[in-house]
Design a protein around this ligand. Structure first.
Ligand code: SF4
Length: 511
């Protein structure tokens, strides 16, 4: 995946491929795979029997091209190399439950046959040939799956609403416009297992009666776009996208639409405006996309991770999925761990896993012997959680009680050296520059709040400025048109709630 490539995976791939082609390593073959998750130790190399799961592989970490001959020799002799050994028993791997990521790091993302060999498209063939659309929706409803983009709306309910609309033209959209700072779940899924997302979209289209789908993805994700293009081309060639799929009456085509990286285009009405060729700005709802979406037609929008959950739900059954997670948050969730944490990378855990397990056990704690200070969840719409609440289970509802949200899955960990006022200023600056400017509360309010935070950080603000900041938070939250403005004050409010002393301290520092 892109993160491993940025740490030098391609020269390693080349060295291993060249070495393997030499006759003395006959019997080995080198396969390029997507993300194994442990970014901080990349590039990773796994030695395994064909298509074996990651926990049965011998994994090597921090691999350089010069290590290739030794790795090939150890693969041939079956004697593991101690020097680069990365134990799969470590909590980072052992404490995860991989459903969405079950093929990531195992399948070659460019290989259609590789995906099919791992059971890919079997769920779609089953759905199309042995289930009615209503039965597919019923299975998704039974699973209890909720939208993984952050909203947490019940997926089955959304699907049945669009299915009931009496239109002849309907659309399916995959929202891959991941924009939260520190979040890279969707990018890694698309780079690692693109067919899984296409399979989920096709089943969604079948269930709601759509014949056309769009993947809206930011152009800043070139590797994901390339892999997606390859996957769509190969799925079309194999007859899994196109006309009369699986010799049924079901027709479905998918197109990619590139976004220019505006954060607001992750908001579904702005996203649709962008696909239609207009300026990516939100519009008031209702009407909701389910009633009047793309070009006025009923439209289903889900994000990458939501679609990636569909194949296992259809394959294993909704009851199986509903048995994982908590009462109101079913299944697993993919998180991106970033910031001051030893094991940065991508993980998947059952809903309800305590935050402390994620940070300390799976994430390996804070590097350099420093103390934990806070974890920011939910990106610019979320908030910061202090040490005292680390035992909270991570799901849609629990995090809301702490004044934050699970969001799409980004987690930024901060150590004792972080200033929480500066963190709030960072997120406000982000919202200010990403505001589309359509409504005044957000356009002017984020700029005013950023100005106040900047003065507080510099020790130039008085007590009345802090009161004004709090008042502005309320106004912007209550009066902005879309989610960007409505949630922009959240990082300020949550840092004020748990770290108010840091704000006060800056005020006291002034003359
Ligand atoms: Fe645009 Fe902000 Fe208003 Fe949303 S809240 S419509 S991003 S100005």
């Amino acid at each position: 995946a892109a993160s491993c490539q940025s740490s030098g995976a391609l020269p390693v791939l080349e060295a291993l491929t060249t070495g393997c082609d030499a006759s003395d390593h006959a019997g080995c073959c080198v396969k390029q795979v997507g993300c194994m998750g442990l970014c901080s130790a990349g590039p990773l190399v796994a030695i395994a029997a064909k298509d074996a799961p990651l926990d049965q592989a011998q994994i090597y970490r921090d691999v350089a091209a010069t290590d290739a001959p030794e790795i090939l020799t150890s693969a041939k002799t079956g004697t593991p190399m101690e020097r680069l050994h990365c134990p799969t028993e470590m909590p980072f791997f052992a404490r995860q439950q991989r459903i969405v990521l079950e093929n990531s790091g195992i399948v070659d993302p460019n290989s259609f046959k590789g995906y099919v060999a791992l059971g890919g498209y079997h769920a779609m063939v089953h759905a199309l040939t042995e289930m009615t659309p209503a039965e597919v929706i019923a299975e998704v409803t039974t699973s209890g799956l909720r939208g993984r983009g952050g909203g947490g709306y019940p997926t089955g309910l959304k699907w049945s609403t669009v299915a009931k609309m009496p239109a002849t033209q309907k659309y399916v959209i995959c929202n891959a416009d991941e924009g939260d700072p520190g979040a890279f779940m969707d990018r890694a899924i698309l780079e690692s297992d693109p067919h899984r997302v296409l399979e989920g979209m096709a089943m969604a289209a079948y269930a709601i009666g759509a014949n056309k789908g769009f993947v809206y993805i930011r152009a800043e994700y070139p590797l994901a776009v390339e892999r997606l293009k390859t996957a769509i081309r190969k799925a079309k060639r194999a007859g899994f996208i196109g006309h009369h799929i699986c010799e049924t009456e079901f027709n479905f085509d998918i197109e990619i639409r590139l976004g220019a990286g505006a954060f607001v285009c992750g908001e579904e009405t702005a996203l649709m405006a962008s696909i239609e060729g207009g300026r990516g700005q939100p519009r008031p709802r209702p009407p909701y996309p389910a009633e009047s979406g793309l070009w006025g037609h009923p439209t289903l929008i889900n994000n990458v991770e939501t679609y990636a959950n569909i194949a296992p739900i259809v394959r294993e059954g909704g009851d199986w999925f509903a048995g994982i997670g908590t009462e109101r948050s079913k299944g697993t969730k993919v998180f991106a761990l970033a910031g001051a944490i030893c094991n940065t990378g991508l993980i998947e855990v059952p809903m309800g896993t305590p935050l402390r397990d994620i940070i300390e056990a799976i994430g390996g704690g804070i590097p350099g012997g420093k103390a934990f200070k806070a974890v920011q969840t939910g990106g610019p719409s979320g908030g910061c959680i202090p040490e005292a609440h680390l035992d909270i289970p991570v799901d849609y509802d629990s995090l809301k009680t702490l004044g934050t949200i699970m969001g799409s899955g980004g987690m930024i960990v901060m150590d004792e050296t972080s200033s929480m006022v500066e963190v709030a200023r960072f997120f406000m600056e982000f919202c200010m520059s990403e505001s589309c400017g359509k409504c005044i509360p957000c356009r002017a309010g984020t700029a005013q709040m950023h100005g106040l935070l900047d003065r507080i950080v510099k020790g130039e603000a008085g007590r009345q400025d802090l009161a004004l900041l709090e008042e502005l938070c309320e106004v912007v939250q209550a009066t902005s048109l879309c989610g960007l403005g409505q949630t922009a004050p959240n990082p300020v409010l949550s840092t004020l709630r748990y770290f108010r002393a840091e704000y006060e301290q800056r005020l006291l520092e002034q003359a």
